[in-house]
Design a protein around this ligand. Structure first.
Ligand code: IMP
Length: 209
């Protein structure tokens, strides 16, 4: 008889249901509305983006800059879909403005650890709404002298951008509803949902106008 560590049984993933599928984390409240992007669509699109980025950056592996907190799930999957020796850094920003509208004035809560000079920077964003946060970030990062700067946004809300955006990679264009899941939250909840859903709770923020 073989010991478990030789048969591969040790450390096997066990959080699977009897059909072999991983169960969705339990978010059984009635505040979740229709599915905007399914788990299957996310997996497929993130793989496609990873292939495209791999091809585009073959001779100049990028430095991925994740915008916390929302981008952490997307960035984790995207990075593993990129077949290049990427490097990572993160920044966290907070917008001045009301709870529901970005003012475009952004405060850096956590800055990058790495120097961007001469680096090929790829900013990874969860969602672009008015686009004001991203346009501030782009200006701020460009001032640090990168060799190149591109943006990969998982979700872009249709028709809401108040500023011209230059997005090299986009996962999905979605309607202008408030959404949660796959990193996106309301009050820190739902980030571990495996799909993106409309949030229909009464406390949902109104779309930016
Ligand atoms: P923007 O500056 O208006 O483009 O806002 C972008 C930021 O607002 C994102 O990085 C998110 O943190 C947040 N945000 C915008 N729309 C949503 C949403 O539907 N769900 C969760 N967060 C959102």
């Amino acid at each position: 008889m073989h010991p478990d560590h030789l048969t591969g049984r040790v450390g096997q993933v066990t959080n699977q249901d009897t059909d072999g599928h991983r169960p969705e984390p339990l978010h059984t409240d009635s505040k979740l509305g229709r599915v905007v992007v399914s788990e299957e669509a996310l997996v497929t699109r993130v793989e496609e983006l990873g292939r495209q980025i791999t091809a585009d950056y073959l001779d100049r592996p990028p430095l991925l800059v994740g915008v916390l907190k929302g981008a952490f799930v997307f960035m984790s999957d995207l990075a593993r879909a990129i077949r290049l020796p990427v490097e990572f850094d993160f920044m966290a920003v907070a917008s001045y403005g009301s709870a529901t509208k970005t003012s475009g004035v952004v405060r850096i809560v956590k800055d990058l650890d790495l120097d961007l000079s001469d680096r090929h920077v790829l900013v990874v964003e969860d969602i672009v709404d008015s686009g004001l946060t991203l346009s501030y970030l782009r200006r701020n990062l460009l001032a640090r002298g990168p060799a190149s700067l591109e943006v990969c946004a998982l979700l872009v809300k249709e028709g809401l951008q108040r500023t011209k955006l230059d997005l090299r990679y986009v996962g999905f264009n979605i309607p202008p509803d408030f959404v949660v899941g796959y990193g996106l939250d309301i009050g820190e909840r739902y980030r571990n949902l495996r799909r993106v859903c409309v949030y229909v709770g009464e406390d949902q923020p109104r779309p930016a106008s």
